[in-house]
Design a protein around this ligand. Structure first.
Ligand code: BTN
Length: 273
């Protein structure tokens, strides 16, 4: 990526893009700017993150310049409890803009994109409240675009995949980012106005990686074993336990259970190449 790569269409759909050579984490950078008053629609994209973060305290590793690592600053008029599904909105937008290029694409609740059985993208959303209201939301996305297995630590080679690996082609980072922003905009507006319904919910349900599969879900230190069903209008994953009771899971870590009862290797990792 060169310095001006993101500039020509920096205004796509009203988004404003700040491009950094290096930062600890685009979410940290965005948090600072938003705390200082940066408005809705600012996008921070970095060529290199020295402290990229994943969910649950994990790291996000990405070879400099090969992939997209970026964060959106959003200031939605949403109650704090309506904010978490924004990760699913971002996942639906990623799915939509990648589906024509990437084979075997699926959305793994609550915030990953898979191609086949490997992780292509991860989403880390964070929120700041002002009193009891939402002040701002950050949607941080790591999308593996052009990285090759040799660019990754051995542990990630079997669990992560890039667009390049999945297709045999290289992609221009700026084009992929702009495609995402164009796909995200209408879905974000749809969610803010109507919640998770209609075409948005349809994408999440139709292309769910987990639905119908045996899963182990870890929520607040408890473990639920069962079969994943659909995603409901609150963005919860419905899981039928062994006795047939249905549990709506708001947040957690879901891993696929293999035939022998063990958890699918690599499925739980929270970092990508
Ligand atoms: C996960 O899969 O656990 C979420 C990974 C999110 C990674 C992105 S990269 C851009 C933004 N900055 C970060 O430090 N993390 C997110």
């Amino acid at each position: 990526m060169n310095d001006s790569e993101f500039l020509p269409s920096a205004d796509s759909a009203g988004w404003r893009i700040i491009q950094l050579k290096s930062t600890t984490s685009t979410n940290d950078h965005a948090w600072k700017l938003a705390s200082e008053g940066a408005g809705h629609g600012l996008v921070i994209v970095a060529e290199r993150q020295t402290g990229g973060r994943g969910r649950r305290g994990r790291t996000w590793l990405s070879p400099p310049g090969a992939n997209l690592t970026f964060s959106l600053i959003l200031r939605p008029f949403l109650l704090p409890e309506a904010v978490p599904p924004l990760s699913l909105v971002a996942a639906a937008a990623l799915f939509s803009c990648l589906k024509t290029d990437i084979p075997h694409l699926a959305i793994k609740w609550p915030n990953d994109i898979y191609s086949g059985n490997r992780k292509l993208a991860g989403i880390l959303s964070e929120m700041k409240m002002k009193g009891r209201e939402t002040d701002f939301v950050l949607v941080g996305i790591g999308l593996n675009v052009n990285a090759l297995p040799d660019d990754l630590p051995p542990a990630l080679r079997e669990t992560a995949v890039s667009m390049r690996q999945a297709t045999g082609r290289q992609f221009q980072l700026s084009q992929v980012l702009h495609r995402f922003l164009l796909a995200f905009q209408p879905r974000y507006e749809q969610y803010c106005r109507h919640g998770l319904r209609g075409s948005l919910l349809e994408i999440l349900r139709k292309h769910s990686y987990l639905s119908g599969r045996r899963v182990v879900v870890k929520v607040d230190g408890r473990t639920l074993v069962g079969t994943a069903r659909e995603i409901d209008t609150h963005g919860r994953l419905l899981v039928d336990d062994e006795s047939g009771s249905c549990w709506p899971v708001t947040a957690g870590e879901a891993t696929i259970m293999k035939m022998d009862g063990s958890e699918q290797r690599g499925d739980a990792h929270g970092s990508g190449g």
